[in-house]
Design a binder for this molecule. Sequence first.
Ligand SMILES: Cc1cc2nc3c(=O)[nH]c(=O)nc-3n(C[C@H](O)[C@H](O)[C@H](O)COP(=O)(O)OP(=O)(O)OC[C@H]3O[C@@H](n4cnc5c(N)ncnc54)[C@H](O)[C@@H]3O)c2cc1C
Length: 387
Amino acid sequence: MTPTRKILIVGAGIGGLSAAIALAQAGLEVDVVEIEAASRAPGVGFGLRTNGMRAIRELGLLDACVAIGTVGAGLTYYDNEGNHLCDLYYEEGEEGMPSNLNLSRLGFVEAATARATELGCRFRMSATVSSLEQDPDGVDVVFSDGGSGRYDLVIGYDGVNSQIRDEYFGTQYGPTPAGGVAWRIPLPRPEGLESTMFCQGYGGKFVFAPLPDDLMYIVLTVAEQDRPRYDPAEMPQIMYERARALMGDSTFMAESIELIRSAPSVTYSPYSTVWVPYPWFRGRVMIMGDAAHAMVPYLGSGAAMGIEDGVVIAQELGRDQSLVETQIRFMARRLPRVRAVRDRSMESMYQEFDTLTDEALQRRYAWLRHDEPIANEYSNRLLAQPY
Ligand SMILES: Cc1cc2nc3c(=O)[nH]c(=O)nc-3n(C[C@H](O)[C@H](O)[C@H](O)COP(=O)(O)OP(=O)(O)OC[C@H]3O[C@@H](n4cnc5c(N)ncnc54)[C@H](O)[C@@H]3O)c2cc1C
């Protein structure tokens, strides 16, 4: 049995960097290739809950993340008139750890890159894999910058549009529109908005989140099946129309909503999912993170699943077993867990969107008042399970 010693990670995003750290901590030699000149962190922030906190503690990143993160208590749902429906709490944190953190993506990437570098990981930036040839004992890789290397294992952590997945698993596993989109915009904060409000309306929800400097961030999530491409100049008006449809006759937040139509720009993000069926390996090539299992952000756990993948593969490579045994054990630990988190996220999104008529919206309000706290408790326990 040849031990797995040298690993190539393709993609230095949240997942790839976490895996690089976990593997280097386990004493493996790690190279990382990233197509961008500097690690990109698309989007602004992301949240980690108990499971994510445990994983970053294992990576030695807890203190750095606590220093740059903010802790949230949970979230509160309102109806589209601003009436309170329910308070949802995050699971309790373990001793010495906050229960959750909201982090800047860039801040996380910087902290993780520093840690990986300190552990001896080597970075090849502005490059990708040009060719990859595997034989029973290893993988020969040629990079787009002319460099080359031989590895025991290559892991594609190259995100939702993964090149490694397309080439070595098949283009049939490419991203699928999830049927939902997020419209986002920063606006002046109205008086009285002190904490984040989730506001369920017809066919979707508003999030009104206070920001520093008298600003707030508005996120509008609605169903949109066919992911049309809009002219950016028309997007503020389209977002405004979606917002008004969601609020119906309610005048709640009407002044803020009115400001959307004259905004210089809005951010429009259609949600996509990826699900690669068992197994996430082809010989000595594996895929992890969004490359294997991108999900809708309804449990806020896609990144955490990618971080956990990295911690688990490092643990399994540390056992006295063949590479294929390692891969099968990795899959047995990861597949049911990631599938359950993905399913619950999708289910939450559908429940939110299935609210287009008065009757459906009233049914949803009853659910949010009485059942959502229980469903939330299930999500908390699911996430808190060992990974
Ligand atoms: C609106 C929204 C909110 C979210 N909120 C949360 C949240 O609160 N909590 C949470 O846990 N998750 C959240 N997620 C999910 C999370 O953002 C993703 O699951 C996570 O970023 C995936 O990490 P990754 O490393 O697998 O992929 P990515 O972060 O996409 O990183 C992929 C990396 O690979 C590089 N790359 C791409 N192609 C190549 C190539 N050919 N060669 C080399 N490098 C390449 C890219 O440049 C990038 O650096 C959210 C997602 C969305 C859309």
